[in-house]
Design a protein around this ligand. Structure first.
Ligand code: SAM
Length: 264
């Protein structure tokens, strides 16, 4: 992993953006476009109660729970972070979804599964974090069955950022992982280099949502916790304000892509 996600000694004001959102703010859905993007991705897959899905880099497991609850399907979530997998397992027990959803610690670049095991694989916000993007794409493709789909959601620049803009991304958002983000065409070239020639790209306009989107994604209880975290802590509040303003003012750069392949 070429961008460390380390929460232990980081400060609220300048820790990596994922750390801020997951650990300080308390979000559980942390990929560009949020649930709306996930819905674009799931619409490309024929999911039913018999579908076996792999969620690669599942984080706290929110998408795994969402799909299991919506379709009655089974989901395996895998993430490199022991802490996040522990949190996902705790939530799974509380939701009583243990029969449908399993989580394990593992590396997206070297998935601990035999070939052709899953009907579908989804990966949301992983490619910007891994050293070997080609291997990561090929691993997802390896573990799905013939005719199965694998899909990725990644932050995608609407236009090529120059150095001055990227410096602001690092200094204002502390989104160091975005040094690995690409334009839509850039990501398409990565898939080509992974020998994928049937890629479907869906472009997403807005990476952030409004209050109602958060409510849908996080549920009432966690939305209240998130609001409480930002009300009680001025550092969190200030960082949220700064980040929101910067993203809003630079909508001409920030997009996301849903990239889907079918294994043939
Ligand atoms: C932006 S978060 C997305 C989390 C989740 N997919 C979501 O949508 O909320 C990126 C995730 O990738 C995980 N990750 C980073 N490198 C990884 C790797 N090599 N293998 C598996 N997971 C990894 C991180 O721990 C983190 O949970």
């Amino acid at each position: 992993m070429d961008n460390k996600i380390n929460s232990n000694e980081s400060s609220i004001a300048d820790c990596e953006i994922f750390d801020f959102m997951a650990n300080h703010l308390g979000l559980t859905v942390i990929h560009p476009g949020g649930l709306k993007a996930t819905q674009k991705l799931e619409d490309t897959m024929q999911i039913n109660s018999g579908t076996k899905i792999l969620d690669i880099a599942c984080g706290k497991g929110s998408t795994a729970f969402y799909l299991a609850e919506k379709y009655g399907c089974s989901v395996v979530g895998i993430d490199i972070s022991e802490k996040l997998i522990q949190e996902a397992n705790d939530t799974c027990r509380k939701k009583k979804l243990n029969n449908q959803v399993k989580f394990l610690v593992g590396n997206a670049m070297d998935l601990p599964f035999d070939d052709n095991q899953f009907d579908a694989a989804i990966s949301q916000g992983i490619l910007v974090f891994v050293d070997d993007k080609i291997k990561t794409i090929n691993e997802a493709s390896r573990v799905i069955k013939d005719g199965g789909k694998a899909g990725w959601i990644e932050l995608s620049w609407k236009k090529e950022p120059d150095k001055e803009f990227l410096d602001k991304v690092f200094n204002i958002l502390h989104a160091f992982c975005l040094k690995n983000a690409r334009t839509y065409e850039g990501w398409q070239n990565v898939f080509k280099r992974a020998n994928i020639h049937n890629l479907v790209t869906i472009k997403g306009e807005k990476i952030t949502g409004n209050f109602y989107d958060t409510l849908k994604e996080e549920g009432i209880l966690n939305t209240l916790k998130i609001m409480f975290n930002s009300i009680k802590n001025s550092e969190i509040r200030n960082r949220m304000k700064k980040m929101g303003k910067f993203i809003e003012e630079n909508q001409n750069y920030f997009g996301y892509g849903v990239y889907v392949i079918e294994k043939t």
